[in-house]
Design a protein around this ligand. Sequence first.
Ligand code: ADP
Length: 312
Amino acid sequence: MAEAIKINSLSKTYENGLLALKNVNLSVEEGDFFALLGPNGAGKSTIIGILSTLVRKSAGNVTIFGKNVESHVYETKLELGVVPQEVNFSQFEKVGDIVMTQAGYYGLSRKLATSRAEKYLKKLGLWDKRNERSRSLSGGMKRRLMIARALVHEPRLLILDEPTAGVDIELRRSMWKFLSELNESGTTIILTTHYLEEAEQLCRNIAIIDGGRIVEHCSMKDLLAQLDSQTYVIELSQPMTEVIKFGPLVASAHVLDSLTLEITISSSVGMSSLFDLFKNLDLDVKDLRMKNNRLEQLFLTKLEKLEEGRLV
Ligand code: ADP
């Protein structure tokens, strides 16, 4: 398989002298669903900025589908759709116009642009809003609009910078479903996140970045195998009325109050099995979060190993 992205010895020093990326090497295969995971300030957005030529690298080499992003600016831009972290369209423009304008940037004919805008606004549940000004949209709708806009030229690679930061669980899950289907239909997807559970739910491969350095680059499966168990805090929409029997999937369960549960499961049990379990028990999950931060746990393990000199 071809490589969607290949990053070699990439470094970035911002004008103020801050070293944001330190000799980053990263590759993402075509068709992959890849997570770039790391805490705030780790360098994730800087990498995306360099891939989309919004940020100038200091050293190294970056290719998208085998083409250098600097010497083949136009070709690589055509392959790439980017959904930024912050809303960056005009609040006064109409929803449909925002997508059509983007199609214009990519040189799509009016006819093709119109049909693509319809296709993606419908897929993202925004078709009814097409004649409304974007400022009237909810936060979740604005994010979906940025996804529709990024897809209008049907890029082979979609990069999303923290797509679900601050988004409620219902919308998060519908976004996960949309992105999984898009990936299944052949689009390579890279997302940055600081939620390990999001990467776990969606991604096959992963890189962890911390302080501008890649500290892990492996499959999601291998990463999770490094952890034994995980405790989730689950909030229900309706109070529990009777004692719940969870069965063997759940190592332990504690009822905190009639709406809140703490559940510990083995790391080998995926989150989707957990969702299925609740569905089968007829319990509607309003929110689910990790009790302890597994990402931090992983960092600590990595850093310990680094200090021991077992990792380069
Ligand atoms: P992340 O996306 O992982 O949160 P960023 O790539 O945004 O991380 O930031 C990496 C580091 O670079 C941070 O320390 C941040 O403060 C710094 N940084 C980002 N953009 C700039 C800039 N334009 N000028 C100076 N420093 C920057």
